[in-house]
Design a protein around this ligand. Structure first.
Ligand SMILES: [Zn+2]
Length: 133
């Protein structure tokens, strides 16, 4: 069981030493605060890099498919999977002509049946949508 005194002690989240001084102090020292925040920032930065890498790889795959497959309308799903596309990672969804497309930046796709993927490119700063068709 903790004594009453122990429950009021605060511990440094970096080194776990008891924090002495002002009641609102969160770290035992400036050095510990720095180390702690640097590590938090590194974790956040690695997480962003990890997600960005997948999004950019997906974009790159859609770009290749879009360029390579023109003017074909659909790409076999197996080919998309074979290139390493990660369907769980995308930037946004948009509806064109009542159909929902999933985008990785300006390249989007839509499943046709379970076997084909339609790839499109959104001309964000131009006149709209380029379809492979
Ligand atoms: Zn500390």
């Amino acid at each position: 069981m903790l004594k009453a005194m122990d429950t009021q002690k605060k511990y440094c989240p970096e080194c776990e030493d008891v924090i002495r001084g002002r009641i609102d102090k969160k770290f035992c020292s400036d050095a510990c605060r720095s180390l702690y925040h640097n590590r938090q920032n590194a974790v956040r930065s690695n997480t962003l890099k990890w997600i960005d890498k997948r999004l950019k790889r997906n974009r790159s795959i859609l770009e290749k498919l879009y360029d390579r497959c023109y003017p074909r309308y659909e790409v076999p799903l197996k080919q998309v999977e074979h290139m390493g596309f990660t369907f769980d990672f995308y930037t946004h969804k948009e509806i064109f002509e009542k159909k929902e497309y999933v985008f990785c930046y300006e390249y989007g796709y839509k499943m046709h049946s379970d076997k084909y993927v339609e790839v499109i490119k959104h001309n964000l700063f131009g006149d709209g949508l380029d379809l492979i068709a």
